[in-house]
Design a protein around this ligand. Structure first.
Ligand code: GLV
Ligand code: GLV
Length: 319
């Protein structure tokens, strides 16, 4: 009998078709709505494998229901939505989707940096709101990007790919990471610094750290206080690495200049969120890896992980 696979969101038919010969596929039938918690609790009881998204919290309560679950294939590089330790204790393998989304996420991170520095969203709204009645020297004037200093916190694959883009803009590159990244130092003249000097010296502070116990609210009141008043903060990793009240305060009081945020402590946010109301903030709905090509590659890798586990040489990208 085929392993039972539960997919927590509707995925394209051609993808499902390709796997039905190997798996007994069950799937949440809506593309634009997450599976309700009670449905997931029910479905996980019978599943041998699940393919899930970051919108699902795979915590102890879910894992306790899972009597035959062997693998959780997460469609994301980050996996803070999964209690990996609890899964490991039960012998359940967790996989993620690194590499395939690196360049796409770096593109978005740099686009967000540029949009924030050059006030692109405000400028576009300016025309949409029919405010463009003349031209003046400092109309929507923003900050330069080229030859400034970028400080990358979290120099993994995506951090490295962002540094490559920064290099093309003749930026000086500072980075902070648990481990040194010698390749980035040699290829891109990236300079390793402690967290505090990065905060003090960067014109752009870019967060690409995963959310863990150590990075929870890493960007707090003290961190924002150390940044330049001209600093622009960009977050393309996880909202929970930021103390959002402290960020709000820093933006209100002009302790920092602006922020570009693709991620938030709790998602989704609505337009009444206090960060959305500020002119000097660009907010995006967690679209770092959202290109059609990359989302397809991520789904494909999720499936390769499941097939590798059940029928091959093991999962391709276990965490
Ligand atoms: C998305 O946020 C991911 O971790 O891939
Ligand atoms: C983390 O996995 C990264 O790619 O930066």
């Amino acid at each position: 009998t085929k392993p039972i696979l539960y997919i927590t969101r509707k995925v394209p038919d051609q993808i499902v078709k390709k796997i039905t010969s190997n798996f007994d596929v069950r799937m949440w039938e809506y593309e634009d709505q997450p599976v309700p918690r009670n449905v997931l609790l029910q479905e996980v009881r019978n599943a041998d494998g699940i393919l899930c998204l970051i919108s699902e919290q795979i915590d102890k309560e879910i894992l306790d229901q899972a009597k035959r679950l062997k693998i959780i294939s997460n469609m994301a590089v980050g996996y803070d939505n999964i209690d990996v330790l609890a899964a490991r204790e039960k012998g359940i393998v967790v996989t993620n989707t690194p590499d395939v989304l690196t360049e796409t996420t770096a593109d978005l991170t740099f686009a967000l940096l540029m949009a924030t520095a050059r006030r692109l969203v405000e400028a576009s709204d300016y025309i949409r709101n029919d405010q463009w009645t003349n031209w003046s020297p400092y109309l929507l004037a923003g900050s330069d990007i080229h030859r400034k200093t970028i400080g990358i916190v979290g120099m993994g694959r995506i951090g490295h790919a962002v540094a490559k883009r920064a290099k093309g803009f003749d930026m000086s590159i500072l980075y902070h990471n648990r481990n040194r990244n010698r390749n980035a130092e040699v290829e891109l003249q990236a300079e390793y610094t402690d967290f505090e000097s990065l905060l003090r010296n960067a014109d752009f502070v870019v967060s690409l750290v995963p959310h863990t116990l150590e990075t929870d609210q890493l960007f707090n009141k003290e961190a924002f206080a150390k940044m330049k008043s001209s600093a622009i903060f960009i977050n393309a990793s996880r909202g929970k690495v930021v103390d959002e009240d402290a960020l709000l305060h820093a933006l209100h009081t002009k302790e920092i200049k602006a922020a570009g945020l693709d991620v938030f402590s709790t998602e989704p946010i609505r337009r009444d969120h206090s960060l959305v109301k500020l002119d000097n903030v660009v907010c995006l709905p967690h679209i770092g890896s959202a290109s059609v090509e990359t989302r397809t590659r991520m789904l494909q890798l999720c499936i390769e992980n499941l097939e590798g586990y059940f029928f091959g040489k093991g999962p391709k990208t276990p965490v």
